[in-house]
Design a protein around this ligand. Structure first.
Ligand code: AP5
Ligand code: MG
Length: 191
């Protein structure tokens, strides 16, 4: 099973990615989590990414591709993956597809998590109090939502044209959203 979760900030990519990975026994590859680890470890990648992340801007494609693609290829050869937050620009999607195709590791399903903007803002402001992520301020949340619309939403057509897209109403509880997703995917034994 090789799938991508696509949705705006706060739509539940991390929440559902962890559940899907556990259910299917596949790797959960979250570009934002990997970047936050690089920042915490004070690596050169972290130093390059930190300012962009705290402003809600995208980190350059080359940096992301070099960090994520080795993990995608390794997981593709070992049962599969659920991608969370990557690809999130057309440039990333095209390059990721080119590389994955060479290894027969291309995406099979793209799950779109749909939540209205006001709910997203409420979820992220709530998380700010629990976790204190530096990009969970109202100003940066609004910028992240705009970046999603500009840079990432065009991927919906890119994947829709290939017949990969599964639309999910992600406003319900995490359990209900998870059930909806699993119901739309091939079952474990057939995967
Ligand atoms: P990233 O870490 O990917 O952040 P994001 O896309 O802004 O999304 P979030 O992690 O905030 O939300 P989520 O969809 O995972 O939702 P979650 O499950 O946590 O990226 C951060 C930054 O890194 C980017 O801005 C960029 O700078 C950089 N970056 C990352 N990838 C990149 C890439 N490929 N290219 C370039 N730059 C990149 O849920 C949110 C909250 O809601 C939680 O508190 C959760 O408990 C709650 N919740 C979840 N589901 C529900 C539900 N069903 N009902 C009620 N509450 C819910
Ligand atoms: Mg996340």
């Amino acid at each position: 099973m090789r799938l991508l979760l696509i949705g705006p900030p706060g739509s539940g990519k991390g929440t559902q990615g962890a559940r899907i990975a556990a259910h299917f026994g596949i790797a959960h590859i979250a570009s934002g989590d990997l970047l936050r680890e690089e920042v915490a470890a004070k690596t050169p990648i972290g130093a390059q990414a930190a300012g962009l992340m705290s402003a809600g801007e995208l980190v350059p494609d080359e940096l992301i591709l070099s960090m994520v693609m080795p993990r995608v290829l390794a997981a593709g050869g070992a049962g599969g993956y659920v991608l969370d937050g990557f690809p999130r620009s057309l440039g990333q999607a095209i390059e990721a597809r080119r590389i994955a195709d060479q290894h027969e590791s291309a995406l099979e399903h793209v799950v779109r998590l749909q939540v209205p903007a006001e709910d997203l803002i409420a979820r992220l402001l709530n998380r700010a109090q629990l976790e204190g992520r530096p990009d969970d301020t109202r100003e940066v949340i609004e910028r992240r939502l705009a970046v999603f619309d500009d840079a990432t939403a065009p991927l919906l057509d890119y994947y829709g044209d290939r017949g990969l897209l599964i639309d999910i109403d992600a406003t319900r509880s995490p359990d209900e959203v998870f059930e909806q997703i699993v119901a739309r995917l091939p079952q474990r034994d057939a995967a």
